[in-house]
Design a protein around this ligand. Structure first.
Ligand SMILES: [Fe+2]
Length: 187
């Protein structure tokens, strides 16, 4: 893997989408790239700010662990995909992008605990992984989770994550977001 820096990181991410995007997404009808592009489209349509659009676009990048430098993976305790993705992206993007990504699995557990109607939105595959991920949060975990500075953003991203699984939906490609992503890269 070439050495990554703030000048080539967006190329690297685009390359991952191009080479790996067609891979399937955890038992869903959409591919990985369809899923992330649809999540970004949901964010854009909702009038989300640029950071949250990019968070939606990149939220599952951690599924491609062999595209992530060892140095980023070494930061993780268990390298679940949300943690791997966030540890990778935090060197290049602000917390407003990284934190909703880091918390997107925890947010599913949170919403299952506090909003019973949210559970109805989960796909069968997402219910399966929920159980592996620890199930709904306990009340102590809920209190702790609500301290997150990006709680609202985390919740929004999670709803788009559930919504972004429609195999018939047409949405803009990665290049549509390219300038937006570039504008958020830290120097
Ligand atoms: Fe997702």
């Amino acid at each position: 893997m070439t050495n990554l820096n703030s000048h080539n990181i967006v190329n690297h991410i685009e390359d991952i989408f191009n080479r790996r995007g067609a891979e399937s997404y955890l038992g869903e009808d959409v591919t990985m790239s369809q899923h992330m592009l649809q999540a970004a489209q949901c964010a854009k349509k909702s009038g989300a700010d640029d950071s949250l659009i990019v968070a939606a676009l990149l939220h599952d990048i951690g599924h491609y662990q062999n595209e992530i430098p060892e140095t980023a993976l070494a930061k993780g305790k268990n390298n679940y995909h949300e943690e791997a993705g966030a540890n990778f992206l935090e060197d290049y993007f602000p917390l407003s992008v990284v934190e909703p990504i880091r918390q997107h699995v925890a947010t599913k557990r949170y919403l299952c605990a506090v909003r019973p109607e949210y559970f109805e939105l989960l796909s069968a595959a997402s219910i399966d992984t929920l159980n592996l991920q620890g199930g709904p949060m306990s009340s102590e975990e809920v209190i702790e989770f609500e301290k997150n500075d990006y709680l609202e953003e985390c919740i929004k991203l999670r709803y788009w994550d559930e919504d972004a699984k429609d195999s018939n939906r047409i949405c803009p490609s990665f290049s549509y977001y390219r300038a937006l992503i570039e504008s958020l890269v830290k120097n």
